[in-house]
Structures are given as C-alpha cells and as structure tokens.
Design a protein around this ligand. Structure first.
Ligand SMILES: [Fe+2]
Length: 135
C-alpha cells in the first residue's frame, strides 16, 4: 500500500486544519504499513475506529471554522462530511459482519476520499478562511 507522503500540495493554508490532516494521514499510513506486513499483533480494527473518531472530531473543527466566517459553501461541505461518515459506518459494519470490502479496500476508500476532499473542498474552504484572515 503506497504511503501518502505529506507535502505542501496538501496544505489548505490553515494551520489547525493542516495539523489535523497530518494526523489523519499518519493514521492511514500506520494502517497501510500494518496491512502490508500482515502484522497479526496489529489491531487493524482498533486503528480504524481511531481513524473514524478522529475524522469526526476533525470535521467538527472544519465546521466550526466555516461557521465563524459564514462560509458560503458550508452546507455542501458539511453534506460531504455527513455522507462520508455514513458511508464509512456502513462499510465498517459490513467488514465486521465479514461481508463487503476487505480491510485493504476499506483503507483505499478512506485514503482516496481523504486526498480528493483535501485537494478540492478543503482547499476551497482554506482559501475562504485565508481571505477572512484565518491561517
Ligand atoms: Fe472537509
């Protein structure tokens, strides 16, 4: 599983958001390494829970910042967060029941969604926050 190498291209220009994105990337990379190594001592399921919990916390931060500046795109952005959380809980439930995606497929979905969300919606949000003086 190729790791996500953090670089400035992922920066949305707001320190608090960038820091949290780095934590998320770190959790994803940790999971990727463990899945590749098929490390039986590594509790994948626990790390996925950690990832989901941290994601929910992180979305809360973004939503608070968007509210602070009455961001025009807030409803659409929150909608993306909500459908992601819903989709992930469905996938995790399927994994738990031994149906649906493998952990690797789940991880790939998390990774691809996160990268594209950061590069598109979060970057737009970051531009608006920067214009309002938040960095
Ligand atoms: Fe976001």
């Amino acid at each position: 599983m190729p790791m996500i190498a953090w670089s400035n291209q992922f920066s949305v220009g707001v320190q608090e958001v960038d820091k949290q994105h780095q934590v998320l990337v770190g959790i994803l990379n940790r999971l990727g390494v463990a899945l590749d190594a098929q490390d039986s001592h590594f509790d994948n399921r626990k790390v996925i829970d950690e990832m989901v919990q941290y994601t929910v916390y992180h979305f809360g931060t973004e939503e608070r910042l968007m509210r602070e500046i009455s961001y025009a795109g807030i409803d659409r952005h929150i909608g993306e967060h909500q459908s992601f959380v819903k989709k992930v809980s469905q996938l995790v439930a399927q994994v738990d029941q031994g149906q649906g995606p493998s952990l690797v497929e789940l991880l790939l979905f998390l990774r691809d969604w996160l990268v594209s969300h950061i590069l598109n919606s979060d970057r737009d949000m970051g531009d608006a926050l920067n214009l309002a003086g938040i960095r």
